[in-house]
Ligand binder design. Structure first.
Ligand code: NAD
Length: 309
């Protein structure tokens, strides 16, 4: 099946594609002549209606990753084109970043590194004192794939108590994981030492953490957002961090991306940023690439998709 790989994918995944399907690489001269494409693998490449119209033989668009905002799904479906994604491929990488953020902030690792770089007169300055995760409370906002994985890791590795705010999660689901379901966001904000956000950006979740929720948090609270920019009000967070109302925050996602070096939050010594790096691991990239290729192989064999949209 003639497959155009419009964006770079891992070498392992491209080699896998070459052995099973007739794959055209993103950097080959042939890539712009896509009229013969029967399948497409995309990461950020825009599959608009106009582009789809130029591929009359197209049968499948396989998204490498989760978010499908670069694909005109309804138009593709109206043409009988299957659209798939790889929803489970990056869950573990993002969850591991959350664990890293929790440890990083609780033990002020980057701040300590910067202090060492700047030169210290004595060891163990009080301003670099942190706290242990063991026995503390993890508040999960959202109990989907990433939230559940974060909860299990921090529960098992650090004996953290886990509480959950997710109106769509069943109490039995929380109980079966040993987590406690909390009915209000305010209550979770007041109880969590580490609070980790894993919800989609929707009208309901936009600015769901603003000055009021931040004012309910403890001085020991560390707020982690690896979900989407816009869920936390960045101006309000800046005020809370500058006034040391909470212990710290770590974000992988921002309202405007990529985050710029003059972003006010980066001037806070109790704030850590990564540039939407949650799924940027060799492991997740291989899983996303191979997962996308597998969906094309399934179609070729006349099988049902694993994850169709
Ligand atoms: P998921 O769909 O498995 O889970 C989302 C959860 O959020 C669900 O359990 C849902 O019930 C809950 N939810 C929805 N609205 C809510 C609300 N108003 N209050 C509380 N809970 C609510 O998604 P996931 O795979 O766990 O991903 C979570 C987020 O992480 C998504 O926004 C995704 O875009 C983001 N993400 C980021 C990266 C990264 O690189 N940083 C990578 C993958 C995913």
């Amino acid at each position: 099946m003639k497959t155009y790989v419009f964006d770079p994918i891992s070498n392992e995944a491209f080699t896998y594609a070459q052995t099973h399907i007739d794959a055209v690489r993103w950097d080959s001269p042939e890539i712009n002549n896509y009229a013969e494409a029967e399948a497409a693998i995309v990461r950020t490449f825009k599959m608009t209606a106009a582009v789809i119209d130029q591929m009359p033989k197209l049968k499948i668009i396989a998204k490498h990753g989760v978010g499908v905002d670069n694909i005109d799904i309804s138009y593709a479906k109206s043409k009988g084109i299957r659209v798939t994604n790889t929803p489970d491929a990056n869950m573990n990488s993002v969850a591991e970043l959350v664990v890293g953020f929790a440890l990083e902030c609780a033990r002020r690792i980057t701040q300590s590194h910067l202090a060492a770089l700047g030169g210290l007169e004595k060891n163990q300055p009080m301003y670099l004192s942190g706290y242990e995760l063991a026995g503390k409370t993890l508040g999960l906002i959202g109990l989907g794939k990433i939230g559940a994985s974060v909860g299990k890791k921090l529960r098992d590795a650090f004996d953290m108590k886990v509480i959950v705010y997710d109106p769509y999660a069943k109490a039995e689901q929380c109980n079966s994981l040993g987590f406690e379901k909390i009915e209000s966001l305010d209550e979770l904000c007041g109880k969590g030492n580490i609070i980790s956000i894993s919800v989609p950006l929707t009208k309901e979740t936009e600015n769901m953490i603003s000055s009021r929720q931040l004012s309910l948090m403890k001085e020991t609270t560390i707020l982690i957002n690896t979900a989407r920019g816009g869920i936390v009000n960045e101006d309000d967070l800046y005020e809370a961090l500058k006034k040391r109302k909470i212990f710290g925050a770590a974000f992988d996602v921002f309202a405007q991306e990529p985050v710029t070096k003059n972003h006010p939050l980066l001037s806070c010594d109790n704030f850590i940023a990564t540039p939407h790096n949650g799924a940027n691991t060799a492991d997740a990239l291989i899983r996303m690439g191979v997962g996308a290729v597998d969906e094309i192989i399934r179609l070729k064999r006349g099988e049902a998709p694993l994850s169709a949209l």
